[in-house]
Design a binder for this molecule. Structure first.
Ligand code: HEM
Ligand code: HEM
Length: 163
């Protein structure tokens, strides 16, 4: 199957919606951590009550599954031809690591939250030390593409007109 020349509108909307929701998850991390500690210490009942962090986290899981299905069916545009083999490899690796985190974090969170288990909770909390540096690297790469390398990589993730 030939690669498409652009990201579809749905792919672009999903990218930015998921990005915004992931930022919300990081911001709401302190609140859920303190709630979790109270559950583990027995200050409150060890029950899976709905919270903004858990509801949004489950929504991210569903949106990422939809995004992966679209990616497998429609594909994504090729990286710019000017990209070196090493940089292209790093880009592909970071994108797949994102998908792994975007599936693994909700799944570990759900397992911890609904079954009251500490090990998946600890794994989930530690994953932020991979997620946050990866987001920063990703933003830096997008900026470098736009301002230094002057490729169309940023434009194709924001350009609404391309259908
Ligand atoms: C992509 C989705 C998600 C992201 C990016 C995310 C991110 C985070 C972050 C950054 C923290 C704070 C960790 C810390 O500061 O130590 C956290 C804690 C937590 N999250 Fe999530 N989360 C997601 C989905 C979920 C879901 C779906 C659930 C449950 C239904 C959940 C349950 C929890 C729990 C229980 C904690 C406390 C863990 C602990 O302190 O050991 N999260 N999450
Ligand atoms: C200001 C923040 C962000 C900027 C400027 C940005 C920019 C971009 C750009 C320009 C692309 C297109 C790359 C290409 O065409 O090959 C892209 C792809 C991607 N971004 Fe972001 N992004 C941001 C935040 C995020 C966040 C928070 C996540 C996930 C946690 C994320 C996950 C991804 C993934 C997985 C891809 C690969 C798409 C695919 O190949 O299926 N991005 N991003």
């Amino acid at each position: 199957m030939a690669s498409p020349t652009n990201f579809s509108r749905t792919q672009i909307v999903l990218h930015w919606l998921i990005a915004a929701l992931v930022v919300f998850q990081v911001i709401s991390g302190d609140a859920i951590t303190s709630l979790w500690q109270q559950r583990m210490e027995g200050t409150i009942a060890n029950e899976a009550i709905p919270t903004p962090h858990t509801i949004i986290g489950i929504a991210i899981l569903l949106l990422v599954i939809a995004r992966l299905i679209i990616r497998l069916r429609r594909g994504i545009p090729d990286l710019p031809a000017s990209e070196s083999a090493l940089m292209a490899k790093i880009a592909r690796l970071t994108h797949w690591l994102f998908y792994l985190l975007l599936l693994g974090m909700p799944l570990s969170g759900i397992t911890a939250w609904f079954f009251g288990l500490q090990i998946p909770a600890t794994t989930h909390a530690l994953a932020k030390y991979v997620l946050i540096p990866l987001v920063l690297l990703h933003i830096a790469a997008a900026m470098a593409h736009h301002f230094v390398l002057k490729t169309d990589v940023m434009r194709r993730m924001v350009d609404w007109k391309q259908g």
